[in-house]
Design a protein around this ligand. Structure first.
Ligand code: PGA
Length: 250
C-alpha cells in the first residue's frame, strides 16, 4: 500500500514573515491521523529557517532544484550536500519550469537525480508534456522519453528511493487541471513502463499528480488508483487550502 504524499512547491514566493505565518497555520491544521505524508519546498534562502520551524511536526522539507555537481566553482548553484545539511529530505528534480525557462535537458535532469540520491535525498522527478505535445498525441512519447533518460542513468532500482510527479505543463499555474481520467491514464502508463523493468518498484513508487491541484479537485484526483498524492504550487501558499488538499489525500 503506497502512502500518499502531498508536496507544496512554493516556487519563488514568500518572505520570512509570510513563510512563518504559513507554516504556523499549516501545523495548526494538519492532523496526525491523516495518512498522507506532507512536504514543503521553500526557496533556498528560507530552507534552514523553515526547517527549524517545522521541527518535529512531521512535515518534511525539500529543495526545489539542485546542482548536479558535488561542489566547486559553480556560482549561484546549490549542491545536494548543502540541501541535506540544512535539513532537506527531498528535492524536486526536472520541474517543467526548470526545463523550459532554464534549459534543463533530459540528461541534466538525470544527473541531478543521481546527485540527489548520492546524498540520500529523495528526488521528486517531474515529467510532463506541453499542450502542443498533447494535442499532437505525443504525451506518452514525451513522458516516456523523460523517464527513460533517468532510468538509463540511475537504473530502475534507484526508484525504490524516488518519487515521480506527472505534471502536464498545460495544467501548471493555469487553473486548468487534467481530469482525473486524463491523469490516471498517464500515471498508469508510467507505472506500466516501470513494471516492464521491475514489478516491485512499479508497485511501490509513488506517482504524484501536479497541475492546478486545489481543495476543490483534490479528492476526485486522489481517488484514482495510480495517483498517490500531489505536487501543489499555487494552492500550497494558502494554509487552509493546502491543509484541505492534505486531508483529501489522507
Ligand atoms: P500549480 O503548480 O499547482 O500552481 O499548477 C504545480 C507545480 O508547478 O508543481
Amino acid at each position: 500500500m503506497r502512502k500518499p504524499l502531498v508536496a507544496g512547491n512554493w516556487k519563488m514566493h514568500g518572505s520570512r514573515s509570510e513563510n512563518a505565518a504559513l507554516v504556523r497555520s499549516l501545523m495548526d491544521q494538519l492532523r496526525p491521523e491523516w495518512r498522507a505524508e506532507v512536504l514543503v519546498c521553500p526557496p533556498f534562502p528560507y530552507l534552514w529557517e523553515t526547517g527549524r520551524q517545522l521541527n518535529d511536526s512531521g512535515i518534511g522539507l525539500g529543495g526545489q532544484s539542485l546542482c548536479a555537481e558535488p561542489q566547486g566553482a559553480f556560482t549561484g548553484e546549490v549542491s545536494a550536500a548543502m540541501l541535506r545539511d540544512v535539513g532537506c529530505s527531498h528535492v524536486i528534480v526536472g520541474h517543467s519550469e526548470r526545463r523550459q525557462l532554464f534549459g534543463e535537458t533530459d540528461e541534466a535532469v538525470a544527473r541531478k537525480f543521481v546527485a540527489a540520491q548520492a546524498q540520500d535525498l529523495v528526488p521528486v522527478l517531474c515529467l510532463g508534456e506541453t499542450l502542443e505535445e498533447r494535442e499532437g498525441d505525443r504525451t506518452f512519447e514525451v513522458v516516456g522519453r523523460q523517464l527513460e533518460a533517468v532510468v538509463s542513468v540511475s537504473g530502475i532500482k534507484a526508484f525504490a528511493a524516488a518519487v515521480i510527479a506527472y505534471e502536464p505543463v498545460w495544467a501548471i499555474g493555469t487553473g486548468r487541471n487534467a481530469t482525473p481520467e486524463q491523469a490516471q491514464e498517464v500515471h498508469a502508463r508510467i507505472r506500466a513502463s516501470l513494471r516492464a523493468l521491475d514489478g516491485t518498484i512499479a508497485d511501490s513508487v509513488r506517482i504524484l499528480y501536479g497541475g492546478s491541484v486545489k481543495a476543490a479537485n483534490a479528492r476526485e484526483l486522489f481517488a484514482m488508483p495510480d495517483l498517490d498524492g500531489g505536487l501543489v504550487g499555487g494552492a500550497s501558499l494558502k494554509a487552509d487550502e493546502f491543509a484541505q488538499i492534505c486531508a483529501a489525500a489522507g
